[in-house]
Design a protein around this ligand. Structure first.
Ligand code: F6P
Length: 458
């Protein structure tokens, strides 16, 4: 293995550069050249295949900074259609680049893009996604999916997960946490705390919407910000119970703070926040506003007079506010947990290639006795019997649907990730850098500008 390519696909996360860094440092030690392919799979489809040599003379280029969020080689949601002539274009690009192997950094969509390439070039995946949905709660989870006819879907069938276990073990989790997740929760927990004081001061009901698509891990992690109620997509919202809890909490503390995962569902399986569903290029649903939908439902159920005592002379409509944490969850400097484990996973991906693995995924494993370690799994083990990869969802044992909070086991799951997730340097960086007077006079220096000077074309 002399020359490998690396690309980042899908939505960015704060830990992508850290993964690339880990891969390049490992390659330096093994005397392997690493070429960054620009803008994910899109770069391989363009005729001139823009790329960057990331370790000339086996030294990482200075722009490759593991503390910098985003990806210095760019990302896109372009995926490869295996049934089109795109695959031949990709094949030719990889041959012209003389690559012996390819590392794709991404989530489930990226694995699907990688699968057809693995037919002719050795490929491995280093995981990333703030949604924390790449992996399995236990090895046989893909076998829990059954297919049944439906009128709702274009192809007339839908996949349903029929859970075979009501308990699970932390050691059995395949890919305990994905790089990017910890930083996203770090942002969300702080956001919840900041919104809390506004809700508290103005006696309002604050509804905070967090990302994660169908998976509620970010919402679950928001527990660190101590919201009053957490709604996750995996458990349909019980509106009667929600109304009752909101009334009780408001009566007691004159405000309520609710966290809702963007993919939250109603009891009949409809997405709360996707009245008219739209899709991104990878076929993922775009959520338009679970928090707003929830606000309307609560407004319809709770009579305006309910707020009279606590909010005299103010309209009941103003008693609610909604906020999407949005892309701040995906951006900025990664915290220590993400930086360290992302780098480890990048290094592992290189070793997988060197060891001759193909279509494999580097994973982060945890055991209470030994802590975290990197390992790997065949990508096919993540697929169900129809070859599909479903996003990993929060297991029912991690959530208490009556309290609308993380369950005791959910807390056990979160602790190993977050207890020491923030490094001293993360705090020191903030202290020293944010209000540095130089920021006032120096324009932002984009890594794109520096990297573009290193870009070569075929
Ligand atoms: O998959 C990562 C993610 O951030 C989701 O949580 C979110 O729904 C989606 O990407 C947003 O995508 P985009 O940046 O394309 O709006």
């Amino acid at each position: 293995m002399k020359r490998i390519g690396i690309l980042t696909a899908g939505g960015d996360t704060p830990a992508l550069n850290a993964t690339i860094y880990g891969a390049v440092e490992q390659a330096n030690a093994l005397g392997i050249n690493v070429f960054g392919l620009l803008r994910g799979y899109a770069g391989l489809l363009s005729n001139n295949v823009p790329h960057v040599h990331l370790n000339p003379l086996f030294t990482s280029i200075p722009e490759l900074d593991p503390c910098l969020g985003g990806t210095l080689i760019g990302s896109s949601r372009t995926y490869i259609d295996p049934d089109s002539d795109q695959i031949e274009v990709v094949k030719q690009s990889l041959v012209r680049l003389k690559l012996d192997g390819l590392i794709c950094i991404g989530g489930d969509g990226t694995i699907n893009g990688m699968q057809p390439i693995a037919e002719f070039t050795q490929c491995v995946l280093a995981p990333k996604t703030i949604d924390n949905d790449l992996g399995l709660n236990y090895l046989d989870e893909p076998n829990e999916w059954v297919r049944r006819p439906t009128d709702d879907d274009d192809d007339g069938v839908e996949d349903i997960q029929v859970r075979s276990r009501d308990r699970m073990n932390l050691e059995d989790i395949i890919n305990y946490a994905t790089p990017g997740y910890a930083t996203a929760v770090f942002v969300v927990a702080q956001c919840v705390r900041r919104l809390r004081t506004t809700a508290e001061s103005h006696r309002r009901i604050g509804i905070v919407e967090v990302m994660g698509r169908q998976s509620g891990y970010i919402a679950l992690g928001a527990a660190y910000g101590q919201p009053d109620l957490i709604l996750i997509p995996e458990v349909p919202v019980d509106f009667d119970l929600l109304e009752q809890r909101v009334r009780q909490i408001y009566d007691m503390q004159h405000h309520v703070l609710i966290v809702v995962g963007e993919g939250a569902k109603t009891a009949d399986g409809h997405d709360l926040g996707a009245a008219t569903p739209t899709y991104d290029p990878a076929g993922n649903i775009r959520y338009s506003g679970a928090a707003d939908a929830l606000r309307k439902i609560l407004q319809d159920r709770i009579e305006p007079e309910f707020f009279d005592r606590a909010r005299t002379h103010e309209p009941a409509t103003a008693a609610y506010f909604t906020r999407k944490v949005g892309h701040t969850q995906r951006g900025g400097r990664p915290i220590l947990f993400d930086r360290f484990h992302a780098s480890q996973l990048g290094g592992k991906a290189v070793r997988l290639l060197v060891n001759g693995e193909n279509n494999a995924v580097a994973t982060l494993q945890y055991s209470p006795a030994n802590g975290f370690d990197v390992s790997s799994i065949s990508a096919n083990k993540l697929r169900n019997q129809w070859g599909e990869i479903h996003p990993r969802c929060v297991h029912p044992s991690m959530y208490d649907d009556h309290r609308m909070q993380a369950s005791e086991f959910g807390e056990e799951y979160l602790k190993p990730i977050f207890t020491n997730a923030i490094g001293w340097d993360d705090i020191e960086f903030l202290r020293a850098e944010l209000f540095s007077s130089g920021n006032l006079s120096t324009p932002y220096q984009s890594v794109n500008t520096d990297v573009s000077k290193r870009v070569r074309y075929l």
